[in-house]
Design a binder for this molecule. Structure first.
Ligand code: SAH
Length: 350
């Protein structure tokens, strides 16, 4: 990958950029100018940086690689205006991101890896396996490119697209640092959500960072036995270990955990499931987000019907659990993780 030969300039923090530019003998303010072109004005190329000397820009072009994602496909939902973007990376790999409009602002859902190695049985992202981690700049530029293309301000970022963010830990942290930097888009940590399938050491490590981001935990089942049938990661870490890690996260950060629970008809939506889920999470300061499972062609899960979802929610509420039903956005445009990339790759292969 050419990004390994040349330094990836958009993944550098401002102090790192200042250091990288030292051999250039430029005035001290140059690094900040360049940084702002990348992270505040969201320049897609050096050509846009018109107040920087042409010779300097040329030297940067030779020395560094500049991540700039190219949209190869955009789908817009006729139902709710959600837009799904398929981006090409410099090595030809594809990632998908989603832009959603809510009352409280615009939200972008980004991918953290090309493919995924977690293998959840209901998820389309795992079907093609894992290719590589995304660089911090490749996560960032999903937000930047969408901002450029839609012209709208992004207020919330959720790391819930393809990939397991805690399986790309260092790059995720750099991404968060750059996204929240006051010299960049300056998005508040509280407006960032990171979703994990439950890598226990990663959750504990993240707790130590004491960030104010929201941690979303993909639970989907309340017993080890059932969870193992849905998510291979449950073979590695028991629910007991997972709940202790979540409690630790809350103790260290003061941030309430969100449990994601995707409902599949007859699989995890029964009265018994409500009872077990309540017993499991009641001791924690948490919130449950119910998601009617998004049926993926290659997977044989059916969505719980509306009544079952409402019933599940009401019973949890009666048990004193804080719960919301996730609005399904962009269902008409391959809304579920990994579906757009997969359908595009299949078309090209045919
Ligand atoms: N790897 C991370 C983030 C990506 S998946 C994680 O596992 O949390 C984002 C969320 O979508 C997870 O809760 C995941 O379990 C869920 N998900 C994946 N495929 C889905 C589908 N077909 N229907 C409903 N939810 C799904």
């Amino acid at each position: 990958m050419n990004t390994e030969e040349k330094k990836d300039i958009k993944s550098l923090t401002l102090p790192q950029l200042q250091e990288a530019l030292e051999p250039f003998s430029e005035p001290a303010y140059r690094a900040k100018q360049l940084y702002e072109w990348m992270h505040r004005k969201l320049a897609a190329d050096y050509d846009e940086m018109t107040n920087l000397p042409a010779a300097f820009r040329e030297k940067c072009r030779e020395t560094f690689c500049y991540t700039s994602l190219r949209a190869v496909r955009v789908q817009e939902s006729a139902v709710d205006g959600t837009k799904k973007f398929l981006f090409a990376l410099s090595d030809g790999n594809l990632v998908e991101s989603v832009w959603m409009r809510y009352k409280h602002g615009n939200s972008v859902c980004i991918s953290s890896q090309v493919g995924c190695r977690m293998g959840c049985r209901f998820c389309a992202s795992a079907l093609n396996g894992w290719e590589r981690n995304l660089l911090p700049s490749e996560m960032l530029d999903q937000v930047y490119a969408i901002t450029r293309l839609t012209g709208g301000r992004v207020s919330n970022v959720v790391v819930m697209g393809t990939g397991e963010p805690l399986d790309n830990y260092e790059n995720l942290l750099r991404f968060i640092a750059l996204l929240t930097d006051e010299n960049g888009l300056h998005i508040s940590q509280r407006n960032i959500t990171v979703s994990t399938c439950g890598i226990v050491p990663g959750i504990r490590q993240l707790a130590e960072e004491k960030l104010q981001i929201t941690l979303a935990l993909s639970l989907h089942a309340a017993t080890d036995e059932k969870r193992r049938r849905l998510m291979p990661i449950a073979e590695r870490y028991s629910l007991d270990e997972l709940m202790r890690a979540c409690t630790y996260y809350f103790e260290k950060t003061g941030r309430r955990i969100t449990f994601e629970y995707s409902l599949a008809d007859g699989v995890n939506d029964t009265k018994e499931d409500v009872r077990e889920l309540t017993a499991l999470i009641k001791p924690l300061n948490c919130h449950v987000n119910l998601i009617p499972i998004n049926p993926v062609k290659e997977r044989d899960f059916r969505q719980s019907d509306r009544r079952a979802v409402e019933g599940f929610k009401n019973k949890l509420e009666k048990n004193g659990i804080n719960v919301t039903i996730r609005r399904e956005m962009g269902r008409d445009i391959d809304g579920a993780c990994g579906q757009l990339r997969r359908s595009h790759m299949k078309e090209r292969a045919e």
